[in-house]
Design a protein around this ligand. Structure first.
Ligand code: IFM
Length: 450
């Protein structure tokens, strides 16, 4: 059996808006995702996170399920507008809720990992211009300060941002996520504020939780050229610059990648170059982290130059391969390659796989059991990729499957099921899927189950 290092943290991940519901309860203010999802036309079937998995009221049941599966760690995010409804004023009831959740986790010996930002900006801050406005970074530091002061004695693992590419470009350049803008300048200046806010908050995390470990969880889709033409090689390089290097290079102290700055400038996407970068920003962004999180689901194949303005045409399909219901190719070697890259090229001090998972809609059979064999295979193959990378020398300390529960998949509403636990949204009944039981066995033996 392939054994993992002692103390390897087997976990699962969620985010607040995707599971909590209770969108207007106990003083929570509106976030820009409330506004976006409640505006007709933005999400599949007009679905919202208003109720989602009702985790706000059912967190104890969910923690019991985590404990039954045997999770060693649980990664969740806080809803900014539950803690600071207008971005400025503290809502004690919001902090108390997270404190109760953390206590339940600790009671079951589950290590909490908190993500400060998983895509919900208080609407008041969106009204100030949102992430493209660099002042938002200061408000983010307030969130980090208030939250770590309240929970830092009990929670020792903090993640500033989930998937900055999504916060910035998916939301401001492609327009599929809140606030739904389609503007390159807004997207890249949002990216800058996000990175800046990460670096500024690292200082706060270190001050308030000096005995903790702190990092960030970018998303990664590695690109592979399929031939030796200049177009395919450039296509892969530009995808990589757009998606991976634009975020990870400045985090690693390398500033924005010069080839991409030229590309954006020459193609009119940044007509005035990097005018949003101020003196000292790069030093702030490159604040040392204790770990890098890797969120990875799939890869991109490039057989020619890609069109960054037409996002959906980026990848070349792979006819023989397996695809999930998100239409994402299953490619575990991509995760293996990424870990090596973060370990060797970027010299990440420590790595967590902060998200890995797949969407398949399998539901309960007549006997109530959820036989989601494809998810089990996905988990096993990706955990195996992690195992290989560890053998190769990478310091991977844990892996979080996305997701614990089926949940609200943003603009795709409830149409995609990523959970190892099935959620019946009518009744809120939870059922551990076969993949959850596979995970239970794997965790118990700290090695891949058959
Ligand atoms: O559901 C999302 C999550 O919020 C962030 N990472 C990818 C997941 C699947 O799309």
């Amino acid at each position: 059996m392939k054994k993992f290092p002692d103390n390897f943290l087997w976990g699962a991940a969620t985010s607040a808006y995707q599971i909590e519901g209770a969108w207007n309860v106990d003083g929570r203010g509106p976030s820009h995702w409330d506004t976006f999802s409640q505006t007709p036309g933005n999400t599949k079937n007009g679905e919202t996170g208003n109720v989602a998995c009702d985790h706000y009221h059912r967190y104890q049941e969910d923690v019991d399920i985590m404990s039954e599966i045997g999770l060693k760690a649980y990664r969740f995010s806080v809803s900014w507008s539950r803690i600071l409804p207008d971005g400025k004023t503290v809502n004690q009831a919001g902090l108390d809720y997270y404190s109760r959740l953390v206590d339940s986790l600790l009671e079951k010996n589950i290590v909490p990992f908190i993500t400060l930002y998983h895509w919900e900006l208080p609407q008041t801050l969106e009204d100030m211009g949102g992430w493209p406005n660099r002042d938002v970074a200061k408000y983010f530091v307030d969130l980090a300060d208030v939250t770590t002061r309240a929970l830092g004695d009990k929670v020792k693992n903090w993640i500033t941002h989930n998937e900055p590419w999504c916060t910035a470009l998916l939301s401001h350049q492609i327009g599929l996520h809140a606030p739904g803008k389609k503007d390159w300048y807004q997207g890249l200046s949002a990216a800058h504020t996000v990175l800046l806010s990460h670096g500024m908050a690292m200082d706060t995390l270190r001050t308030n939780v000096p005995d903790g470990e702190h990092g960030i969880a970018p998303n990664f889709e590695p690109a592979y050229p399929l031939n030796r033409t200049k177009e395919a090689l450039d296509g892969a390089r530009i995808w990589d610059g757009y998606y991976i290097r634009w975020f990870n290079d400045p985090l690693a102290g390398r500033e924005y990648p010069a080839d991409m700055v030229n590309y954006y400038t020459e193609t009119g996407r940044l007509p005035n170059g990097l005018d949003f970068v101020q003196d000292g920003d790069y030093d702030l962004i490159a604040a040392p982290v204790d770990f890098i999180g890797i969120n990875n689901y799939t890869r991109q194949r490039m057989d020619g130059m890609l069109d960054l303005d037409n996002f959906n045409t980026a990848a070349t399909p792979n006819p023989g391969a397996e695809y999930t219901e998100m239409n994402w190719e299953v490619y575990p070697d991509g995760l293996y390659d990424l870990i090596n890259r973060m370990h060797f090229d970027y010299q990440a001090p420590k790595i967590y796989i902060t998200e890995s998972g797949c969407s398949y809609s399998d539901g309960p059979d007549a006997d109530g059991r959820v036989r989601d064999e494809r998810r089990t295979k996905y988990y096993a193959a990706h955990a195996d990729a992690v195992h290989r990378a560890i053998q190769n020398g990478a310091n991977v300390a844990g892996m979080f499957m996305w997701s614990l529960l089926d949940n609200f998949e943003w603009s795709l509403g409830y149409s995609q099921r990523f959970g190892m636990v099935y959620v019946d949204y009518e009744t809120q009944k939870r059922t551990i899927k076969d993949s959850g039981y596979w995970y239970q066995k794997t965790i118990a033996q700290n090695g891949l189950a058959e």
